[in-house]
Design a protein around this ligand. Structure first.
Ligand code: CO
Length: 224
């Protein structure tokens, strides 16, 4: 349907930029095959990732690259500000498939300092539809307002909010029956809250959870 390089209003430089991606893909295939001729054939057969990664959609936080993982190792879900929202069927479907079918051993929620989603949620700006998404982050701020308001330095407060947002999403995972049923049956997955620093490239661990014990009682389901 589209003629090569014929996108009407799209400047030629833009066309060239995406063509670079396709060229890079061919180079990547050649490189992989050069070191491992069976690389793609092995992946065709099945995927057995050990990890589910729930991260921010931010282009500066590429899950595989910052963890040194290859295709087949991470099952990935990304959205604005790495949210785990209990009515989000996209996230829940990914979670259920990862836990019940792929039987991942670890679920990692990875937030990042400098997260635009978290930053905007801490303002009173009206951003339209995205208000609905950021509303969940405002709730995190409300729950932890005493701690956050006591931090005078704005940058430090923002960093702490990113950490608390990540920890809260780990709690949200633990509050799903998907995770609680798996814990009861297999003892897995272990939940992890990590935070990535855009300025250094370093990931720090914030929290781990592998049982419902630390959850508020009202969120602990009776499972048979
Ligand atoms: Co972000």
């Amino acid at each position: 349907m589209y003629r090569r390089g014929g996108f009407g209003q799209v400047p030629l430089s833009t066309v060239k930029s995406y063509e670079k991606l396709l060229e890079a893909n061919k180079a990547w295939v050649a490189e992989k095959l050069g070191t491992d001729p069976d690389f793609f054939q092995r992946l065709v057969a099945q995927q057995q990732p050990e990890f589910l990664w729930i991260g921010c959609a931010d282009s500066r936080v590429p899950a595989e690259e910052i963890t040194g993982t290859n295709p087949g190792q991470l099952f990935v879900h990304r959205n604005i500000a790495n949210q785990v929202i209990h009515t989000d069927f996209n996230m829940l479907s990914v979670l259920q498939y990862a836990v019940e079918v792929l039987k991942v051993k670890h679920v990692i929620v990875c937030g990042h300092y400098g997260c635009g989603g978290v930053q905007n949620a801490m303002t009173n700006r009206d951003l339209g539809l995205i208000n609905k998404w950021l509303r969940h982050i405002k709730d995190v701020y409300r729950i932890h307002r005493t701690e956050l308001d006591a931090i005078e330095d704005e940058e430090q407060q923002f960093r702490r909010m990113v950490e608390l947002n990540t920890i809260e999403q780990v709690t949200n995972l633990g509050e799903t029956t998907i995770v609680q049923k798996a814990w009861k049956e297999t003892g897995f997955p272990m939940l992890h809250g990590w935070v990535y620093d855009l300025g250094t490239g370093i990931i720090d661990e914030l929290v781990t959870m592998d049982s419902p014990k630390s959850l508020e009682p009202i969120y602990q389901y009776e499972l048979d």
